[in-house]
Design a protein around this ligand. Structure first.
Ligand SMILES: [Zn+2]
Length: 387
C-alpha cells in the first residue's frame, strides 16, 4: 500500500515541494511535471498544492483507480476526506480536516486534472465529472460539481425529558446534600462546571435581601473595592478569578448575578449543615464546594474532575452514558426556550455575547416549538375552539 506525503527538495531558489511515496521515497511521477509547470508561474501556489495532493494520491492508489475512474468516484473521495485524519506530525495531527481545508484539497485536485487533460494524459470527460457548466448570457462558466458544505448545526448533546427525570432520581438516591446542591447549580441555572467549582461562599447572597443586609459585591471585591451589592432577592454572583486553588475559572458571566431558587436555597442550607458536620476544620475555607469524603483531602476545594465524574456517575445510574455537565446546561437552555423564555433571557443567562450565538445553537428547538404552536392554531381553525 502506497501512502504519499509532500516534501521539500532542492536548495536555495530552486527549492520546491514535491509529492513522494512514503515507503520508497520516490517522487509521485504524474504530479512531477504538473508541479514543475505550476512552479514556473506560481511557485508558492505550487508548493501549497503539493501539500494538498498526497491524500488524493493515497486514496486513488489504495483503490487502484485510473484518473478517469477516480473522477467517476469523486464523491467517494469526499467521504474519504471527511473521515480520514491528518497523519502529518504537528498541529491537527490525528484530527479530521475542517471544511475549508477539505475544499482546498478539492481545488488542488481539480487543478491537477486541468493539467492532465490539457496535456492529453486523461480523457476530456474527466472534467465533465468534476465540473458543471452553466450558460451565462455571453459565456459559459463552470462550477465545481463537488464541495463540502457547512452542515446544519447538530442538536446539542443533551438528555431528553425522560432521561432528565432519571438523572434527578439518581441524584436524589445518593442522599448527599452537597451533591444535590451541585445538581441544582448545574440544572436550575445554566452554569458551566468551571463557574460552579470556582464559587466562593461569599459569592452566594442567599438572603432575602442583600441590600438590606449591606453585603459586599464580590465582583467589586475582586477589583479591590468595597461596593455594596445592589441585587435584590436571593442570588449568586459569578466572578472570574485566576487564583482558585482548584484552578476553576468562570468562562463567561463575570460580574453577573443569577437568582437562587427556593429549592436551591434549601439545598444550600442542607449542604452547609453537612459541611460543618463532616469538615468542621474547613470553616475558614472560602471555597464553596469542598471534599467531604476522602479523609486526606477533606475540606479542600472540590476539583473540576470530581464534579465531572460525579455527573458521569449520575448519568450511569440513570442509563445516560457519558453524561457531561455541559449537557445539563444545554438541557436547561432548550427547556427554558420550550417553556417560553425569550431568546434574550436565555442568552443573558447562558452568558452568550449575542442572541445570534444562542439562536444558532438552539434554533432547531424553537422551530419545533413553532411547529407545535402552528399545529395548535390549525386545530383551533378546524375545530373552532382553543385546544
Ligand atoms: Zn449580591
Amino acid at each position: 500500500m502506497s501512502v504519499f506525503k509532500s516534501t521539500m527538495v532542492g536548495t536555495g531558489a530552486a527549492q520546491r515541494r514535491i509529492v513522494v511515496d512514503t515507503e520508497s521515497l520516490l517522487p509521485h511521477v504524474d504530479s512531477l511535471a504538473y508541479l514543475r509547470e505550476k512552479a514556473e508561474h506560481q511557485p508558492s501556489t505550487a508548493d501549497t498544492y503539493a501539500s494538498r495532493l498526497p491524500i488524493f494520491f493515497t486514496w486513488q492508489t489504495e483503490r487502484q483507480l485510473s484518473y478517469l475512474e477516480a473522477a467517476e468516484r469523486f464523491a467517494d473521495f469526499l467521504n474519504f476526506l471527511r473521515v480520514t485524519p491528518v497523519t502529518r506530525q504537528g498541529r491537527g495531527q490525528n484530527r479530521t480536516r475542517n471544511l475549508q481545508q477539505n475544499n482546498n484539497i478539492l481545488i488542488a485536485v481539480r487543478d491537477l486534472y486541468d493539467h492532465l487533460v490539457s496535456h492529453g494524459l486523461v480523457a476530456n470527460e474527466a472534467l465533465d465529472l468534476l465540473w458543471v457548466y452553466v450558460d451565462r448570457r455571453d459565456r459559459t462558466v463552470r462550477r465545481p460539481r463537488h464541495a463540502f458544505a457547512p452542515s446544519k448545526p447538530s442538536r446539542p448533546n443533551m438528555p431528553n425529558p425522560d432521561e432528565a427525570l432519571r438523572i434527578l432520581d439518581a441524584v436524589a438516591a445518593e442522599d448527599n446534600p452537597r451533591n444535590f446542591f451541585i445538581y441544582t447549580l448545574l440544572s436550575l441555572l445554566p452554569l458551566r462546571i468551571g463557574t460552579v467549582a470556582g464559587f466562593r461562599r461569599y459569592d452566594l447572597h442567599a438572603v432575602p435581601d442583600a441590600v438590606e443586609y449591606a453585603l459586599l459585591d464580590p465582583w467589586g471585591l475582586k477589583e479591590g473595592r468595597e461596593d455594596l451589592c445592589r441585587v435584590r432577592g436571593p442570588h449568586l454572583h459569578v466572578v472570574k478569578r485566576f487564583d482558585n486553588p482548584n484552578r476553576a475559572l468562570a468562562k463567561t458571566g463575570d460580574g453577573r448575578a443569577y437568582p437562587m431558587d427556593p429549592l436551591m436555597l434549601v439545598a444550600y442550607d442542607l449542604y452547609t449543615a453537612q459541611r460543618l458536620n463532616l469538615a468542621p476544620d474547613a470553616d475558614d475555607n472560602d471555597m464553596l464546594l469542598v471534599v467531604l469524603g476522602d479523609p486526606t483531602r477533606r475540606g479542600q476545594a472540590l476539583s473540576i474532575k470530581s464534579i465531572r465524574s460525579m455527573v458521569a456517575r449520575w448519568g450511569r445510574q440513570a442509563g445516560v452514558p457519558d453524561l457531561r455537565p455541559h449537557a445539563l446546561r444545554h438541557y436547561w437552555a432548550s427547556s427554558a426556550l420550550d417553556e417560553g423564555a425569550s431568546i434574550e433571557v436565555v442568552q443573558e443567562m447562558l452568558g452568550h455575547a449575542s442572541p445570534e450565538t444562542t439562536r444558532s445553537i438552539y434554533v432547531h428547538i424553537s422551530q419545533e416549538a413553532m411547529a407545535k404552536a402552528t399545529e395548535k392554531r390549525a386545530r383551533y381553525l378546524r375545530e373552532g375552539r382553543n385546544p
